[in-house]
Every structure is written in structure tokens, then in C-alpha cells.
Design a protein around this ligand. Structure first.
Ligand code: P6P
Length: 330
């Protein structure tokens, strides 16, 4: 009976989010509407990514397709879809996208209380070879209803309300946390619905995988070099870890969440501030990892939540400084 109930008692992400909302009777449902618009954006991007190889959406902007239309690069298209879905939700006031030089300030008539920071299509350099890519997002609440400014975006990671990613791979999986655990939903294309497939994700306590770009090893500092050496030649007689590195953050983090281990993007001589962007890569993934029982730190400062807005470059919040070194996992 329970198996059948599971099959027929579909827990869609919409239903899941409404259930969450019902735990907060005071809520006006704005957050639910916001999340539903993010879900819409993910469904669109999933469809576009799946068609990309066929509809020649890949490759450089400026190419024309069979209809002779100007081709938009997939990340440009994805960004437009998310910006439009978020603005039209009527629940956002500031959007910071990896694709846009400047933040988007929503016009007063459509302005809401939420700030969304996102990378619409992270890892897009992997599109042409079919490697999984993803959308990463984080949600803050604007501090008060004054005229929103960039200072509202310069909030520390600890004040993030929710974070998630959608991975476009062999299946389309949306992983979300609104602050009480992490849940994974898989898109059923025949229903056009995300179904709860990974309830209450917890990262395995011990991981046998380390995930880093070994090609940067010559540039690593001492502690990173020593740590990776320990992964490969453990001194305590335990077995060496396996190296898995996809080079697409969403895929590497998703595997780490489900299988355990560590994902790291250390700073090095080539990129002394590391590479991953704080606002829409580091903070959202750290939020998720901690909600799943893992941890996130810079190697120097073990608790990312002590970071404050100074990581953001005021005039270009969208082009954030990257973090010195970034480790998440167990
Ligand atoms: P590298 C993709 O461009 C990205 O931002 C992340 O998705 C990924 O983890 C990282 O860069 C890969 O960087 O230097 O190893 O190719």
C-alpha cells in the first residue's frame, strides 16, 4: 500500500512549498509565489538545455538558426527567462545575476520584498559537450521597505533565507533549502512537475571522494598541497580517496551532497582570491551544505557565516570578489 501511496500521492514542489507555508500562518504566500516563479524558470531552462544540441542553441551568440533568427547563447537566454520570471512574480525588489554587469532594481509597481542572487547557467562552458550544468540561486529579504539600494544586497551569508540549484543533466533535479533541511525534486517531463525524490538530504558522514582541479596543483599553497597529498597517500593506513572533478560546480556539489566527500576550489598563485563567486556560488552552496549537515569554510575562516558584505565590491555587486579558498563537504 505504502509503495502505491508513494506512486499516487505525488508530492510536487508546489505542494511541498505550500505545506511549508502552512507552517507559517502569518505568511502572505509571497515566498511561495517567488519559488513557483523560480521553478518556472528552471523548467524553461531544462527544456532549452535539452533542445540545445538539436536547435543549435549552443555556440557563440550571433549565429543564426535554421529560421535565420539571431541565436541567443543559452546562458543569455536563461538569464532573460529568470529575470522576467522573477520580476513578473511581483515579489522581488533587487536581482543580481552573474550574467548582468549591474543589479536589476524592480520597478515600484512590481516590487516585492525579496532579493534574488543567481547564476542562471553555471558551468555553461560545458554545454557543448553535454556535461551537466545548473542554475544556482540564493534568496534574501530586503531589510526594510525603503528605496532598495545595493547595500541591501551586501548581506552576510548567514542572513540568506533560502538557496537552491537546479541541475540539468541526465535528469533535471532541483535541490532546495528554505532553512529547515534540504530536499531534492526531479522533473517529470510528462507532468511538467518537479516531484519530491530526495527527501531530507543529509551528506554522508564519511566521504571517499575529493573534488578539485588537480591541474592547478603547481599553484597551490602548502596547506592545500598537504591536504590533497593526504587524500592520495593517507598516512593512517586508510584507503586513498577517489578523485571526481566534473568542472561544473552544480554537478560536483550535487555528487558531494549525495555521495559525501569534499569539493574544494582553493585559491592559488594564479587566482589569489580563488575563482568561485561569493554571492551566487559560494553562499548558496554553503547554505545548502550546512543545511545537509556538511560544512563550508575558506580554510582560513572555518565559518563562512562570519563573512559580511565586504566580500562584495560595492559598485559591481554582480561581479563579486571570489573567496580565498572554498571547501564544502564533510
Ligand atoms: P576550473 C564553471 O565555469 C565554474 O564557475 C564552476 O561551475 C566550476 O566549479 C569551476 O568554474 C571550474 O573551474 O578552473 O576548474 O575549470
Amino acid at each position: 500500500h505504502s509503495a502505491d501511496a508513494h506512486r499516487t500521492d505525488l508530492m510536487t514542489i508546489t505542494r511541498f512549498v505550500l505545506n511549508e507555508q502552512s507552517k507559517h500562518p502569518e505568511s502572505r504566500g509571497d515566498f511561495t509565489i517567488l519559488l513557483n516563479n523560480i521553478v518556472l524558470g528552471c523548467k524553461f531552462v531544462c527544456s532549452a538545455v535539452n533542445k540545445a544540441g538539436l536547435a543549435k542553441l549552443i555556440g557563440l551568440a550571433g549565429e543564426t538558426n535554421v529560421q535565420g533568427e539571431e541565436q541567443k547563447k543559452l546562458d543569455v537566454l536563461s538569464n532573460e527567462v529568470f529575470v522576467k520570471a522573477l520580476v513578473s512574480s511581483g515579489r522581488t525588489c533587487i536581482l543580481v545575476s552573474e550574467e548582468d554587469e549591474e543589479a536589476t532594481f524592480v520597478e515600484p509597481s512590481l516590487r516585492g520584498r525579496y532579493i534574488v542572487v543567481f547564476d542562471p547557467l553555471d558551468g555553461s562552458s560545458n554545454i557543448d559537450c553535454g556535461v551537466s550544468i545548473g542554475t544556482i540561486f540564493g534568496i534574501y529579504m530586503v531589510k526594510d521597505s525603503h528605496e532598495p539600494t545595493l547595500d541591501d544586497v551586501l548581506q552576510p551569508g548567514k542572513s540568506m533565507l533560502a538557496a537552491g540549484y537546479c541541475m540539468y543533466g541526465s535528469s533535471c533535479t532541483l535541490v532546495l533549502s528554505t532553512g529547515s533541511g534540504v530536499n531534492g525534486f526531479t522533473l517529470d517531463p510528462s507532468l511538467g512537475e518537479f516531484i519530491l525524490t530526495h527527501p531530507d538530504i543529509k551528506i554522508p558522514k564519511k566521504g571517499k571522494i575529493y573534488s578539485v582541479n588537480e591541474g592547478n596543483a603547481k599553484n597551490w599553497d602548502g596547506p592545500t598541497t598537504n591536504y590533497v597529498e593526504k587524500c592520495k597517500f593517507p598516512k593512517d593506513g586508510s584507503s586513498a580517496k577517489s578523485l571526481r572533478y566534473i568542472g561544473s560546480m552544480v554537478a560536483d556539489v550535487h555528487r558531494t551532497l549525495l555521495y559525501g566527500g569534499i569539493f574544494l576550489y582553493p585559491a592559488d598563485k594564479k587566482s589569489p582570491n580563488g575563482k568561485l563567486r561569493v554571492l551566487y556560488e559560494v553562499f548558496p552552496m554553503s547554505f545548502l551544505m550546512e543545511q545537509a549537515g556538511g560544512q563550508a569554510f575558506t580554510g582560513k575562516q572555518r565559518d563562512y557565516r562570519k563573512f559580511d558584505g565586504w566580500f562584495c565590491i560595492k559598485e559591481h555587486a554582480a561581479k563579486l570578489q571570489t573567496i580565498s579558498s572554498f571547501y564544502i563537504g564533510q
